[in-house]
Design a protein around this ligand. Sequence first.
Ligand SMILES: Cc1ncc(COP(=O)(O)O)c(C=O)c1O
Length: 442
Amino acid sequence: MTTLPVRLDRSRPGPLGAQLSAQIRELVTTGTLGRGDRLPSSRALAAELAVSRSVPEQAYEQLVAEGWLETRHGAGTFVASGSTRRTPAPRRRGVTAPAELVRLDAGTPWIDPRHAAGWRRAWRDVSTARPPRGYDDPRGIPELRAALADRLARTRGVVVDPDEVVVTSGTTDGLRHVLTALRPGPVGLEDPGYRAAVETVRGLGREVRDLPAAATISDLTGLVAAYVTPAHQHPLGRVMPAADRLTLLEAARAEDTILVEDDYDSEFRYDVAPVPALATLDPARVAYLGTAAKSVAPSLRLGWLVAPPDLLDRVNARRLVTHDGAPWPVQRAFLSLLRDGYVDKVVRTARRVYAERAPRVAAALAPYAELAGPLAGMYSTWLLPQADAVRAQEAARRAGFEVNLLSGYCRSARLTGLVVGFGGVTDEELDAALAALVSALR
Ligand SMILES: Cc1ncc(COP(=O)(O)O)c(C=O)c1O
């Protein structure tokens, strides 16, 4: 009986059956497993992988449905005769196949798999709840808005009435709603800055103007809105100093500019308490955006918006007509996750993991590069000459990892270096990626 070259990683989000089916599919498409090859029985494979039998069963079932495998009655499971056999892909040295690059991106959080029972409970709760008969309140489920208002006051000092909270499908969705409700005109965005925000603004046909991410923003001339990340500038990591916040607010009042505060990962400070939100200084000037992408999962597509009343009224009036609310099942699940204490738990445990990983990244890279901001969140940004950054990126790729160049976040800014995420990987992967980066920089 052949043993399949597969390996399951329990720290990854998502079902093990899906991980297994992806790896077997790759073995077939790359020709490692050929037409007619027999697969181990689900019982044997389950024993080898130390998982329940349902994991290989689900993977086999999925691949049979897709046509990669076939079952022959009484004989077992085989690579389907109709599946193509390509020339085996050359193996990259030092990497055990099957391999796509493991991404050390700035946006992927670490979720403690020990809390999986809470996640399942929330979705069971959704399955037994009755959905609204028609389109729901465009602002979001009232109980969820109340729970979010509580949480915002507790964790971010943003004191709001539940009716001032709107549930969105994430940060970019919230940004889109805000901009759609504002008069025509250009929007300022930090440079370097969040690429999804830049694309969202451009996608709405608005001109993007560059605001300095690494300096005081004092000029908002002609801008309808300015998008900023004051708690943890993305991607430099800088915290906007108090004096700069006051200068920014003053400039916004002078130009009647709405400030859009993207508060994406402020809960992940491990040295000091999170810096209070900009919105606490002038709620009439700031549209505040929060997201579940960093605390629970980017793929959940859930976030929240708190905005000045007249702006919020326009957002809600439009959403009432367009039915552009966040999906009800996702809202309902997030409500259960909040009530169950799941969100607080995953944030707490992830914060501990980042507090341990961030200094490890710093210890490896500090001899060769300059840290751009304080250690916080699930990534750190390192300034170094572009040639060195590219050499390090290439070395990481050869070892099986994708690390982003800082230049990729710049429009007119000329900053160079690496943005190293450490949330969405295992400890072993992080160590291997750091070793590759260091080998190139040394
Ligand atoms: C700066 C910034 N804001 C927000 C988000 C999350 O966006 P969304 O809620 O649309 O997933 C990310 C994710 O990577 C981010 O880097």
